[in-house]
Design a protein around this ligand. Structure first.
Ligand code: NAI
Length: 598
């Protein structure tokens, strides 16, 4: 799949590889008008770590990779000083000049490849040769050095904790500075079987994902010079420079080698920064090539089309699973009103790309209009969550058009109150189909996509405070919502190994249009209207607004909470029924708790 050639960088010969172009349909382009992507590998890899990423990207880009000096088929100069990142950055520019003399290249780099690319993009005038830089698990040494020095001179428990955690994760780096022993140990690690088993043990990297070249052992030993030539020299001294090349940081929150907090200050130096995090480990190009290719493709598209990089990306400072919303894809059902609308607005405000779905398409469009106020442009789809086939088709469309969602909010729901024995089959079926089965369908369709993609995600299901206590007049609704709660808790257990969180939200009495539109079993139209009006007034006077529920939903995603009772009455009901269930049973008998609670 690769065509090899040699490019000189000073006295060093570098093996440069061009990926065979994969064209799905008839070839429409000579390739000259396509973007040029340059892939830079890390330690102890060669260009083959990019095999799958290159195959994917080469459908719509000219894709090149090279073996960095000392690795694979490239020259291996002897002196340690030959491996200074200044020389490695010279190599990158030499390759860029050879493969794209007339255009700028998009650099995508992993591990040491990313470290040396940071050096390249930090040079003045770098933007004239490099159009964009996608950085994976390889920080700027200058930036890390500045962060370490800051943490040591400002020794708060948090600063010391994060620095210590990174130092522990980097033990191997200090070990590489010891004479002789690294060579002996790497001699043993450097067989494909042992190396794959080692990575599997360290962060669960699937053995079959790791492709190694025939020079693995030599590269491991030779590559130790990268560490010796640079770490102490660069961590201790230079001040970070400003980077004007647009940067996309693909952050792996389960990276055993580079802690996410290492990237805490990138935004101070990279003036145009996008960041996307996922619950993935260190070897992302090998384990999730499609995810890498998808993000690179989108990023390059944005840069080449000269679209503005959203401000929210460069302001992103927080790390960890579920903490970063910028650039994430969120699907919200029942987004045309109440809690769904406010949740969509909150997520859009945080920088999510939002997909809105509702049977009430006019309501969903109104939500989209409100989201636009925060600069986002949500997509709107009609959807009846009770229609399983339509839901499956919707999920398929979302994946094809927008990608796999990072966040799903199963919010669509209706109410049903009145005496349980008065409810008709139709009323019960409709309620269960929307409030319970709709949630199950959503979790299944989007949950499968998330599991297949393998980079984690979060599912939020709207249950109700009615599940905590027996509910006179809300029996069927409470049964459906209890199903949602119980299903969510079980699903949370099942999806934990895929780093997909599941939260059940139990709001309380929230002032939304739901009561005014909910049926009341056993009442004729006039009586129903009167009761709906009374309940709506009760909820209005209660005055707990849906934006407060939305804030709790955001918090549940951020902190990966299992069950969230929202309003005070929900929190009280949660505790009363857990610790003194007899009180809530008496209350239900006497209807002390208004039958109106949804
Ligand atoms: P709402 O009536 O303001 O919004 C519900 C939205 O869901 C509407 O836009 C509606 O068109 C949509 N929807 C209804 N059936 C649908 C279907 N078959 N397919 C797609 N969309 C559909 O209600 P609210 O209050 O915002 O409720 C949102 C969720 O929160 C619901 O699941 C509800 O059961 C739950 N909840 C609400 C409480 C409240 O007091 N408002 C309390 C506890 C839970």
């Amino acid at each position: 799949m690769w065509t090899r050639r040699i490019v000189r960088s000073g006295a060093v010969e570098l093996a440069v590889f061009e990926a065979t172009r994969h064209v799905d349909g008839p070839e429409t382009s000579s390739g000259a008008d396509l973007p040029t992507v340059l892939l830079v590998h890390g330690w102890p890899d060669t260009h083959v770590v990019w095999d799958d990423v290159a195959a994917d990207l080469s459908r719509d880009a000219r894709v090149f990779a090279y073996d960095t000096r000392g690795m694979g088929d490239s020259n291996r100069p002897q002196p340690v000083s030959a491996y200074r990142i200044e020389n490695l950055a010279d190599d990158l520019f030499a390759v860029a000049d050879a493969i794209a003399p007339d255009t700028r290249v998009h650099v995508v780099a992993h591990d040491w490849g990313s470290i040396q690319s940071w050096e390249a993009v930090s040079r003045s005038g770098a933007h004239t040769r490099i159009a964009s830089f996608t950085s994976i698990s390889g920080p700027s040494l200058d930036q890390v050095g500045a962060l370490l020095r800051h943490n040591i001179t400002h020794p708060t428990p948090r600063n010391l904790g994060t620095s210590l955690a990174q130092l522990v994760s980097s033990t191997y780096i200090w070990f590489f500075h010891v004479p002789v022993i690294p060579r002996l140990l790497l001699g043993v690690l450097g067989t494909p079987q042992v190396w794959r088993s080692f990575l599997h043990l360290m962060d669960g990297t699937p053995r079959q994902a790791i492709t190694t070249g025939p020079t693995l052992r030599r590269d491991m030993i030779s590559g130790v010079r990268y560490y010796r030539a640079n770490i102490l020299r660069r961590l201790l001294f230079p001040a970070p420079r400003t980077v004007s090349v647009p940067v996309l940081e693909l952050l792996n929150t389960r990276d055993f080698a580079i802690r996410p907090a290492t990237f805490a200050t990138t935004h101070r130096y990279a003036s145009r920064l996008w960041r996307r995090d996922s619950a993935t480990g260190h070897w992302l190009p090998a384990t999730h090539p499609r995810y890498v290719a998808e993000n690179v493709r989108n990023f390059i598209g944005t840069i080449d089309a000269n679209r503005a990089v959203p401000e929210s990306f460069s302001r992103t400072r927080r790390f960890g699973p579920g903490q970063v919303f910028s650039g994430r894809l969120a699907v919200v059902t029942g987004a045309g009103s109440g809690i769904g609308r406010e949740t969509a607005r909150a997520l859009a405000e945080l920088g999510c790309d939002v997909v809105l779905a509702d049977v009430d398409i006019a309501g969903a469009h109104e939500t989209a209009r409100l989201c636009k106020e925060s600069g986002s442009a949500p997509a709107v789809y009609p959807l009846d969550v009770a229609d399983t086939a339509a839901y499956a088709e919707f999920a398929e469309t979302v994946q094809r058009t927008h990608g796999v969602p990072d966040i799903l909010v199963n919010n669509a729901g209706i109410g049903l109150s009145g005496a349980s024995l008065d409810a008709t089959d139709d009323q019960a079926d409709r309620l269960l189909a929307i409030d319970l089965r709709g949630v199950i369908t959503g979790c299944r369709e989007f949950g499968r996509q998330m599991v297949r993609r393998g980079t984690g995600g979060h599912i939020v299901n709207l249950a109700s405070a009615a599940v905590f206590t027996p509910q006179r007049g809300l029996g069927i609704y409470a049964a459906a919502k209890a199903g949602v709660l119980s299903y969510s808790e079980s699903l949370r257990g099942e999806l934990a190994e895929h780093h997909i969180g599941v939260s059940a939200i139990c709001p309380g009495l929230i002032d939304t249009p739901i009561v005014a539109t909910s049926e009341i079993a056993g009442l004729d139209a006039d009586a129903q209207f009167g009761e709906q009006t009374r309940l709506a007034e009760l909820y209005r006077r209660r005055g707990f607004t849906p934006d407060k529920v939305a804030a709790q939903i955001v918090d549940a995603i951020r902190a990966d909470k299992a069950v969230v009772p929202v309003a005070p009455e929900a929190q009280i009901a949660y505790r009363v029924h857990r610790f003194t269930p007899w009180i809530s049973r008496i209350a239900a008998r006497r209807q002390v708790v208004a039958a109106a609670r949804q």
